[in-house]
Design a protein around this ligand. Structure first.
Ligand code: AMP
Length: 498
């Protein structure tokens, strides 16, 4: 099928052509004709499938008639995270190059001023996270009764992040006669109920099973001890020993681990950035841009980055922690091996994580091999013992590198260039390039004798210290599920709903 057969306007087709797309993706092929017919659509599709264009392209086509009035948007797109909202805006701008449509991005972490100005000018399209949208609504800056099309994107993630009560409020504010497009990567029963509540006689479109992983990703499990500094050493061993490492995302379950890991890697001169929900928008955007441009090779991230990062060629995903929700595993590793490219996903698991590992293999049906990994000897043990007197406060201009850069392995590309390193005031002791090269394994699986394929190598971790469960749960998505709020639809009798 070609784009011309979908019923999009000539101006939109020209933009698609300019974007370099030769044919629609399956979700676009299935959804676009129905959206153009003003049908409600329930789409099961993950990011990476082209689902953004599946709703943005027909939306632009349909917006050609009519004009936005001040404070009365015609289209509202709800996204769970700022990154996703910003990415949808980018897509919107790309596909509307031949139109004069006003877009307003309403996300937290940036000033209200600019957003309010755009609303006052009249926005054809609002792309918003629920909190900021409600905030501006409560300040009287938006009127929702002109909304003709409502998009609820990443519904399952909205649920995870506790946004469903907000979504319910927003849906009540927009006219009943609207067209609703509802997308979710997975469709558990609770999401199906929500779809029933928000959609009228929807067309259902779906691409790929929600729980499937790409065949082009080589997945490995790595047994690790519980102690954080030992885990970090194993991670560095994996990074340094990785073949074909172009860039990678390191996922942590907890925000505070993102910060600790980021600091630890930075001290060791890895080219690293971090991304989590507490960062202000400017830093998040800067980090993402650096990562996209290749200036940052490793991104330490919480699950807020697991979905929707539009980075086509991430080669590696490292799960520093096993995700406690099996679906998050699918989304995390889906950041690599996209569009038929090869990808490598390493998941570090302690003994205590085995139940989560089982949940993942049950969900995906994948057999994931265990591999043994060697800890990097530029270990955190040294860092733990480090005394202030060992810190370098000033570096001699030529002190750090003596090796020939061109002989370094791909893994060493994850370390920052000399100029950047020399500007740092503090640095943990690091191995010289030759020491490191001498220790670098050629591939993670060859680092030591292979473990049996089906059973994990035994960990000798005897650490009995209990972590505070509550403080462990400080990820970006709290409150999970519905938080304290029981939405109205759950209080209804289910009879007659399906
Ligand atoms: P999404 O699933 O919306 O995050 O899109 C993932 C990536 O696919 C983005 O980089 C889009 O620019 C790209 N994309 C969307 N539609 C097409 C298409 N028809 N052909 C090629 N690439 C596409």
């Amino acid at each position: 099928m070609t784009f011309t057969e979908l019923g999009l306007s000539p101006k939109v087709l020209a933009a698609v052509d300019a974007a370099g797309y030769s044919s629609p993706t399956p979700i676009q092929e299935q959804a676009i004709p129905h959206v153009l017919q003003r049908r409600d659509v329930m789409g099961i599709a993950q990011t990476g499938t082209g689902k953004t264009a599946a709703f943005v392209l027909p939306m632009i086509s349909m917006s050609e008639k009519g004009r936005a009035r001040a404070r009365m948007p015609r289209t509202l797109i709800l996204e769970p995270t700022r990154e996703l909202a910003a990415q949808v805006e980018e897509n919107f701008i790309k596909y509307s190059i031949n139109h004069k449509l006003n877009v307003a991005l309403l996300i937290g972490g940036v000033s209200f001023e600019d957003q309010m100005r755009k609303l006052d000018r009249g926005a054809d399209v609002l792309i918003a996270t629920p909190g900021r949208l409600l905030d501006l609504f409560e300040r009287g800056r938006i009127l929702m009764n002109g909304v003709e099309i409502l998009v609820i994107d990443e519904a399952d993630r909205m649920l995870d992040m506790g946004f469903i009560p907000d979504i319910e409020r927003i849906v009540k504010m927009v006219p009943f006669t609207r067209q609703t497009l509802f997308f979710s990567a997975t469709m558990p029963p609770i999401i199906e109920k929500l779809a029933d509540q928000f959609l009228q006689n929807p067309v259902q479109v779906a691409v790929a099973a929600a729980a499937s992983t790409s065949e082009t990703i080589e997945q490995k499990l790595v047994r690790v001890p519980r102690k954080d500094f030992e885990k970090r050493a194993v991670l560095r061993g994996l990074i340094d020993g990785a073949d074909n490492l172009n860039n990678g995302i390191i996922f942590c379950n907890r925000k505070r681990d993102v910060a600790t890991l980021y600091n630890s890697l930075q001290k060791r001169d890895y080219s690293v950035g971090s991304l989590h929900g507490d960062m202000d928008q400017t830093s998040r955007t800067k980090t993402l841009t650096g990562f996209r441009d290749g200036d940052i090779k490793l991104l330490v991230a919480s699950d807020v980055a697991a979905r929707g990062l539009d980075i086509p060629d991430v080669s590696h995903v490292f799960n520093y922690d096993v995700p406690t929700h099996a679906e998050d595993y699918v989304h995390r590793i889906g950041r690599c091996g996209r569009a038929g490219r090869e990808g490598w996903a390493f998941t570090m698991a302690t003994n205590a994580d085995d139940k989560y590992v089982k949940a993942i293999t049950d969900l995906t049906g994948d057999h994931i091999e265990w591999t043994a990994a060697e800890s990097s000897s530029s270990g955190d043990a040294a860092e733990e013992r480090k005394k202030p007197s060992r810190r370098r406060t000033k570096k001699a201009p030529d002190a750090v590198e003596t090796s020939n850069e061109s002989n370094e392995t791909a893994a060493r590309n994850t370390r920052r260039p000399r100029a950047a390193r020399q500007t740092e005031e503090e640095s943990a002791p690091v191995m010289s390039a030759q020491e490191r090269a001498a220790k670098l394994p050629t591939s993670p699986s060859s680092t030591s004798s292979p473990s049996p394929k089906t059973s994990p190598p035994k960990s000798d971790d005897k650490n009995k210290s209990r972590r505070n469960k509550k403080s462990d749960n400080d990820d970006d998505s709290t409150p999970r599920g519905l938080g304290d709020h029981v939405p109205a639809f759950l209080l209804q009798s289910t009879r007659g709903l399906g």
